[in-house]
Design a protein around this ligand. Sequence first.
Ligand code: PHE
Length: 343
Amino acid sequence: MNQLVAQIEQYKKEMEATQVSNKEALEAFRIKYLGTKGLVKSIMGEMKNVPADQKKEAGQLLNEFKIFTETFFETLSQSVETDDTTNSDTIDTSLPGQPFALGSRHPISIVHNKIVSIFQRLGFSVAEGPEIEDDWHNFTALNLPENHPARDMQDTFYISQNPDWLLRTHTSSVQIREMAKKELPLRIICPGRVYRNETISARAHCFFNQVEGLYIAENVSFADLKQTLYFFVKEMFGENVKVRFRPSYFPFTEPSAEMDISCLICSGEGCSVCKRTGWVEILGCGMVHPSVLDNCGIDSKKYTGFAFGMGIERITMLTYQVKDLRLFSENDVRFLQQFTQAL
Ligand code: PHE
């Protein structure tokens, strides 16, 4: 009996020391231990020499050993199989590789990146702020006190009344946050998602993306605003695009203007995109209203500034001639995979 135990231990040690790295070695292992003339079979044959009173114990021992060997073999064959796939002998290097699909940037991201990089070259840095805002940053500080009729210009999603949380309707709220830090001069652009309670159609959505800009220093003039936006338009749409400013109204700027560019589709001839006018509006702008500066604790006698704001969707539609704004948020891969090129 002791001999049997010693023998089993010996076999186990040998098994564990065996190097099995390929199918041939695995088969040799199987024949040596589990084959019809293998060691497991032969040690089982020792049963007949075991005295009758020890047969039960010996039987158990041998059975355990058999199961141990089988399990050991199973584990070995699994590791050989996985190893085999990385074995250079079995790789056919002439087979074509597995194609794997490359993703592409969302058109809004491509245009966003381009807009940001143009203004960065002019010395603007990027500022970000929360999408959930309070009434003061989104309206009151921007010269839109409670009950001001111009609040209706932007249909707002309100979250709660007291405290008054809402989804920001423009990223002008980020400009207020930056102005309140009072580190002047200030030259920032504020890209981000904004929300308005509008009926969803080909031309409007309840959320969209904006880039707003702000420059505050001593002696900033409307000429600086125009020159900055001229530069932007030429970089964005090319040298041949024409620009015009129209007087407009925003509570937070005075004077205010809207900027049009000549229609990219018909080059000013008149088509359905520009409603036969030859011009499309791309942004609002103006000189920061002195009350806004005062609201943020900036001396409006010493400092002046300009601000502008545009919708990225609008610019993207013009750039790629996309007719329906809803495509941008539907995540249809057939649409999205067409925009592989950075601008
Ligand atoms: N905040 C305005 C809007 O969202 C855009 C704007 C920004 C206009 C700055 C003028 C100056 O419509």
